[in-house]
Design a protein around this ligand. Structure first.
Ligand code: CDP
Length: 634
């Protein structure tokens, strides 16, 4: 408690110390002097106020259309100035879209005199966030009701093959990073190195050298003190500069430090790989074949570099586009920085995750009814964010409002499995994954259909796959599994669908002291079974896992950590979640330090064969900078 107060945070939600530290650094609003002016509960209230109030706009739309008001609503008693700002922006956009008509003043008269469900919605949103059952992505918490008002984590920007277009994209990147968003790019349209530049008759410098400009921009912006920006760079397998791209993150004093890179693969590559054939590398401008390379040679380079540096990953463009529900608008060429969100050029997506650890009942079963309710509420929340959002770039606003992509996912999956007594690397865990994700996908689609009836289909619905199947939808996608890197710390649960990273570890605190941090579920179970001792916790903290600890086998199996789990199980888990996920699944395929490039090749190939949308691996200690080490012995 003392430490929390020293940080200037009045913790009214009984969060973990780590959660409070994260909130203090970047989330809780501060005054001009840098003093924190809200509590964690007030932060969630601020978010609920600004996202929930959007409901009033749609109640007004129905009032204009049908003359009806919400029987179950009530009059709004008071609005904050910042809520009025959000409503005014949302109102003007809906007038532009032809959904509303009249003046903002008329709308304000409506909400002060007629019942709407906005207040009720605000209460529900607030409740599910403060109980840590649902947490939106970081930018929503940082910026809702604050100056920037940009609420999304994921963006994809097009990079055209001219100096003007490239630097336009650099500028847009800066705008996005300033607000805490991450950007993905396909560089495949840029002409290859040494191709002739028409206007000057000089030679082009190629995609990799332009990527460095984006990298430096990110470095300089550092997201306005909010968080360091992240990028995804993608190049197609048949671009002439592909081999330079694959090796671009090699150098020790790492260039492209702010980039993850992935090779954009198509089915054709794997056919060539299997038949020991050659890939034609084509000038993206003219389509002319510039050279050829053996598919096997490219593959060997990919897996060797992924072994060395964890880059490049792969994204499977054909798989992604087969699942693209709005093929009528554009093809997908890229994803966001962590790879879980495929997006069309200029599209953005806002994410949010349900903490599964909160849905295990006392009798160790899953509380499906409450989960259903939360899925519906959070789907509505994410749809509201599209209207509450202050988009940094005009084209992004237009594209995002056209497809209304949202990404509901989960975190605390490993915690849930432990509470249910099921090891991560087991058939039973895959079955639970399947049950949970199919339920989440189905219920969020149902809510999107409800919203379509209440608010209308997304504008790009006409001509989409949904129209062909005659399914009304408010959002072109509803589910994405995000890494939940920060929000899982805030919620105090295991991240995303990952297994535990360490059971216990030493944390360095001030004045050279060390504190042991033990996974709370482990501590609880050890106490229940009378196995707890300080000495044991100390021992566990030195290695991070239980492999060399004298404990009953069932516990060792239940608490296996990421590096002890066979890579194949990691891929199987990713593929199982992917089956029921509209967008992509964030998953790190952990490999031990002594894994070989062939092991990486196997994991990459398995991901392709199991219809994943992409894959990234991480071999323990393969990067010089690793944020988290399990155990102190490493
Ligand atoms: O937990 P949080 O909401 O902060 O984010 P996450 O689930 O770990 O990451 C979701 C997405 O946010 C990533 O895929 C990126 O698009 C973006 N992101 C970013 O731009 N910069 C970061 N430092 C972290 C995430």
């Amino acid at each position: 408690r003392e430490e929390k107060e020293r940080l200037g945070v009045k913790d009214d939600l009984k969060l973990t110390l780590n959660a409070v530290k994260v909130l203090e650094a970047r989330y809780l609003l501060k005054d001009e002097e840098g003093k924190i002016i809200e509590t964690p509960d007030q932060m969630f209230r601020r978010v609920a106020n600004h996202v929930g109030v959007i409901d009033a706009l749609y109640d007004y739309a129905n009032f204009q259309k049908k003359g009806t008001v919400r029987e179950d609503g009530k009059k709004i008693s008071n609005l904050l100035n910042t809520q009025i700002e959000v409503l005014e922006r949302g109102f003007n956009e809906l007038v532009n879209d032809g959904v509303l008509k009249g003046t903002f003043g008329q709308f304000m008269d409506f909400i002060y005199t007629k019942p709407t469900i906005a207040e009720d919605t605000i209460e529900k949103f607030h409740k599910m966030m403060k109980s840590l059952e649902y947490v939106p992505n970081s930018p929503t918490m940082m910026n809702a009701g604050a100056r920037l008002g940009q609420l999304s984590a994921c963006f994809v920007l097009p990079v055209g093959d001219s100096i003007e277009e490239i630097f336009e994209a650099v500028k847009q990147t800066a705008e996005i990073h300033k607000s805490g968003g991450g950007t993905g790019f396909s560089f495949s349209r840029l002409r290859n190195k040494d191709d002739i530049v028409g206007s000057t008759k000089g030679v082009a410098s190629g995609p990799v050298s332009f990527m460095k400009i984006f990298d430096t921009t990110t470095e300089v912006i550092k997201q306005g003190g909010k968080r360091r920006g992240a990028n995804m760079g993608i190049l197609r397998y048949d671009h002439p500069d592909i081999m330079e791209f694959i090796t671009s993150k090699d150098s020790e004093n790492t260039i492209l430090k702010n980039f993850n890179i992935s090779v954009g693969m198509e089915d054709e590559f794997f056919e060539k790989l299997d038949s020991d054939g050659y890939v034609d590398l084509k000038n993206p401008k003219t389509g002319k074949v510039v050279s050829r390379i053996k598919a096997r040679t490219m593959w060997d380079s990919i897996i060797t570099h992924a072994w060395k540096t964890a880059d490049p990953g792969l994204i499977f463009l054909d798989e992604i586009n087969r699942a693209n529900p709005v093929k009528n608008i554009a093809d997908i060429e890229a994803t966001n920085p962590c790879g879980e969100q495929p997006l069309m050029p200029y599209e953005s997506c806002n994410l949010g995750s349900i903490n599964l650890a909160k849905f295990v009942k006392e009798d160790n079963t899953i509380d499906w009814d409450r989960l259903r309710e939360t899925v519906h509420m959070s789907t509505r929340f994410l749809d509201n964010v599209v209207d509450a959002n202050n988009f940094p770039v005009r084209q992004i606003k237009e594209m995002t409002r056209k497809t209304r992509k949202i990404g509901l996912g989960i975190m605390g999956f490993a915690d849930m499995l432990i509470m249910l007594g099921v090891p991560y690397d087991s058939e039973e865990a895959l079955k639970i994954a399947e049950n949970v994700m199919s339920f989440l996908d189905l219920e969020s689609h149902k809510e999107s259909q409800n919203l379509a009836i209440e608010r209308g289909v997304f504008p790009g619905w006409y001509g989409s796959e949904y129209e062909k199947e005659d399914i009304l939808m408010r959002n072109s996608t509803t589910t994405t599994i995000a890494p939940t890197g920060t929000i899982s710390i805030i919620a105090g649960c295991s991240s995303s669908i990952e297994p535990l990273f360490a059971i216990a570890f030493m944390r360095h605190v001030l004045n050279g002291q060390e504190l042991i941090e033990v996974n709370p579920l482990f501590e609880e179970i050890m106490k229940k079974r009378n196995l707890y001792s300080e000495k044991l916790m100390q021992d566990v903290a030195t290695t991070g896992n239980l492999s060399k600890i004298d404990l009953p086998e069932d516990l060792k199996r239940l608490f296996k950590t990421a590096h002890e789990i066979d890579p194949e199980w990691h891929v199987l888990m990713q593929a199982t979640f992917q089956k029921y996920c509209d967008s992509g699944v964030s998953k790190t395929i952990n490999l031990p330090n002594d894994a070989t490039p062939e092991d990486i090749g196997k994991a990459y190939r398995l991901a392709k064969d199991l219809h994943c949308k992409g894959i990234t691996v991480y071999r323990d200690r393969s990067k010089t900078e690793q944020v988290l080490y399990s155990g102190t012995s490493g």
